[in-house]
Design a protein around this ligand. Structure first.
Ligand code: HBI
Length: 352
């Protein structure tokens, strides 16, 4: 198939602003290229992909991140929106492709679906956040059955049209993650530094256990980060910035565990399978995608959501977890070829 991928609109691919969906787009592109499909990616100016696929960079103003909006807020479009210009490009070239695949969690691509002649597939990368988005995605899935892909059933359940979503799971190129049998002392926290990720709870936990915590990810909300530092001036934390996958896994793999403290319903949690791929157990709030990934007591601990004592208890029980079991689970459930086959089937079904 000839596929046109339309990237998230909140940041250039490779910047980390797009969070987990950047990794998802890369992994799907890699898996489908391996299966012999032709991929072209349309993305904001400055995007980079470590893949030999055609990249069309579009300039313009980035979209406001949906998770900063309230549920009843109207859709905002900035002046000279990169999103609008990405889809104007798609409209012009659509006849060259079998399917247009949208990775943006934005109103416009969904609204445009019936206006375009080429079939569209939408990978919805977050749970329900906003009424206007729920409405437009619901309208698309009613008119185009099977066109809405999600990560997990838990994520789908946040939408009124849960049973019309295709759960695709996720996957990784496991060769990028090196198993580490003997960790050092540190714990790790990965992700966009933004309120919905609950970093303050991880800091509060290590402030008690005095276990060093390595923090990596895009510093999206500086005020939020400064508040955490002011609240816990003596916490044993170290912010290492945003890293490429290679640099990140080099640090992550030596950690005793990954702490996942999401406040929102995490659609999946790509960082969790990156961690398990390195043999690093995960201690996660029992909320959203992590509840479908972590095998409690086997590959990590699922703790009561928003409970810092729960995180601390998990840290104290880490020696019960086998690091090999973590790597084994990812090889079994999240290998890239398996994920690629599932995504390929999802897309082929739209051409039947
Ligand atoms: N917000 N408006 C908007 N559009 C996106 O594509 C988007 C977002 N917020 C977060 C986000 N994408 C990704 O970080 C998550 O989908 C993983």
């Amino acid at each position: 198939m000839k596929l046109l991928f339309l990237s998230t609109s909140v940041g250039p691919l490779g910047s980390g602003l797009g969070g987990g969906v950047e990794l998802t787009l890369l992994n799907i592109a890699q898996a489908l290229v391996t299966l012999g499909h032709q991929i072209t990616v349309v993305a904001p100016q400055g995007s980079k992909l470590p893949l030999p696929v055609e990249m069309v960079e579009i300039s313009g103003a980035l979209q406001v991140p949906a998770q900063t909006q309230t549920r009843d807020q109207p859709i905002e479009m900035p002046p000279n929106p990169v999103l609008g210009r990405m889809w104007d490009y798609a409209r012009q070239v659509q006849a060259r492709y079998d399917i247009l695949v949208n990775f943006a969690y934005d109103w416009l691509p969904f609204y445009l679906t019936p206006f375009l002649q080429t079939p569209m597939a939408h990978l919805v990368s977050m749970g329900s956040l906003n009424d206007v988005m729920d409405q437009i995605v619901g309208a698309v899935v009613d008119q185009f059955p099977g066109s809405i892909g999600v990560y997990t059933r838990t994520q789908a359940e946040t939408f009124p049209f849960a049973n019309q979503c295709v759960a695709l799971g996720s996957g990784l190129d496991l060769s990028l993650y090196e198993f580490c049998p003997e960790p050092e002392a540190s714990l790790c926290w990965l992700g966009r530094i933004s309120p919905e990720k609950g970093l303050e709870d991880a800091v509060a936990a290590v402030n008690k256990t005095r276990t060093p915590l390595k923090i990596m990810g895009q510093l999206q909300d500086v005020t939020y980060w400064e508040t955490i530092q002011a609240s816990y001036p003596n916490a044993p934390i170290q912010y290492l910035g945003f890293k490429t996958t290679q640099e990140m896994q080099e640090i992550l793999r030596k950690c005793r565990a990954l702490l996942v403290t999401s406040r929102w319903v995490e659609a999946f949690g790509n960082v969790l399978i990156e961690s398990l791929a390195c043999g690093v157990p995960v201690i996660a709030y029992a909320r959203g995608g992590p509840t479908e990934i972590i095998q409690d007591g086997q590959t990590g601990w699922l703790v009561r959501p928003d409970s810092v004592p729960g995180l601390i208890a998990g840290i104290q029980k880490l020696d019960q977890i086998s690091r090999q079991a973590c790597r084994d689970q990812v090889e079994q459930d999240y290998a890239l070829p398996v994920y690629g086959a599932r995504v390929e089937q999802w897309l082929k079904n739209l051409l039947l």
